[in-house]
Design a protein around this ligand. Structure first.
Ligand SMILES: [Ca+2]
Length: 114
């Protein structure tokens, strides 16, 4: 295998490859997706996952324009149950990712309707 995908560079580059130009909008967006999950898992014990309260905070802080009912507690609870695919009362990164993928499909349908 050649170069592996590197996460965000930590500190000084030493002998690493130079990337040409600036970080792209897409790359910033990808980091924002991952980072926004972990911003809300802070304080959780064990594996980094979102409990119901953290998930609701994420919805209302980060996705209020995509999810029209993000402020509605009942709707947020329904959303939690839907996203919590394995029903363990926590949202894992994989489950969060499925939500992001679904939101991307909604954006695609509404903005780039084919
Ligand atoms: Ca789960």
């Amino acid at each position: 295998m050649g170069q592996s995908l590197q996460p965000e560079p930590s500190g000084e580059r030493s002998g690493g490859r130079e990337t040409a130009g600036e970080v792209s909008e897409l790359e910033r967006g990808l980091h924002a997706i991952v980072g926004s999950f972990y911003r809300y898992t802070e304080g959780s014990e064990g594996p980094k996952e979102l409990d119901q309260a953290a998930f609701q905070t994420l919805l209302s802080n980060e996705l209020s324009h995509q999810l029209t009912n993000a402020e509605d507690r009942k709707a947020a609870l329904d959303m939690f149950k839907t996203v919590d695919a394995n029903n363990d009362q926590k949202i894992s990164f994989d489950e969060y990712w499925d939500l992001i993928a679904e939101i991307c499909r909604v954006i695609q349908r509404s903005h780039y309707n084919e």
